[in-house]
Design a protein around this ligand. Structure first.
Ligand code: SF4
Ligand code: SF4
Ligand code: SF4
Length: 184
């Protein structure tokens, strides 16, 4: 039977002109993800951080994205309405160039999970507490695209990167294990 033809994309629209730098979003996110929930508030454990340059009256809320092993060797500098912003101000990476999005106790990278939980929230915590309306939650339906079958070249390219990272022996061992697991 054919599956659903659309999927839901969740977005948080950020209006940096409205952000006051109050950092309520950081506190709410860290409290929501504390164990047990709401047991502590620590912006260093937040998955949203407000990049702040008070002298220039700049506040840019960014949510944690993927982990990257190395910082960029070259970075863009953006000029927006006469103000200069470093690429890092908009970058969501958990990256060694800064302390954002690295869990201070474990040292592990953190990533925004859109506050997905059971029961589900009607909107993410950072959006709920942003009284300036700098963060707006939006859900939209988009057409589900048929995934093209990977070509042989793409598969080999992916395998090569795994081999480079973990070594041929470990990759073969994992493939054999996966294949055996599928047989059962
Ligand atoms: S709660 Fe809203 S206004 Fe306050 S820092 Fe976060 S995004 Fe900016
Ligand atoms: S924060 Fe982003 S842009 Fe800045 S160095 Fe790290 S990966 Fe590059
Ligand atoms: S959506 Fe949830 S997890 Fe993501 S930054 Fe906002 S409060 Fe944190």
């Amino acid at each position: 039977m054919a599956g659903p033809t659309t999927r839901t994309v969740k977005e948080i629209k950020v209006d940096i002109d409205k952000c006051t730098g109050c950092r309520a979003c950081e506190m709410a996110c860290s409290a929501y993800h504390a164990q047990p929930r709401y047991s502590s508030i620590n912006p260093a454990k937040s998955r949203i951080r407000v990049v702040t340059d008070e002298l220039n009256d700049e506040y840019v809320p960014i949510r944690a994205g993927d982990y990257t092993r190395a910082e960029c060797s070259g970075r863009h500098v953006y000029t927006i309405n006469g103000k200069e912003y470093s690429e890092c101000s908009f970058c969501r990476a958990s990256c060694p160039s800064r302390e954002y999005f690295i869990e201070p106790d474990s040292g592990l990278p953190m990533k925004c999970d859109m506050c997905e939980s059971v029961p589900a929230l009607d909107e993410p915590m950072c959006v709920k507490v942003c009284v300036a309306d700098a963060l707006i939650y939006v859900e939209r339906e988009v057409e589900r695209e048929e995934k093209p079958q990977p070509t042989r070249g793409q598969i080999e390219f992916g395998l090569e990167s795994l081999v480079g990272q973990f070594g041929m022996e470990a990759v073969i061992e994992s493939l054999v294990k996966m294949s055996k697991a599928r047989e059962h």
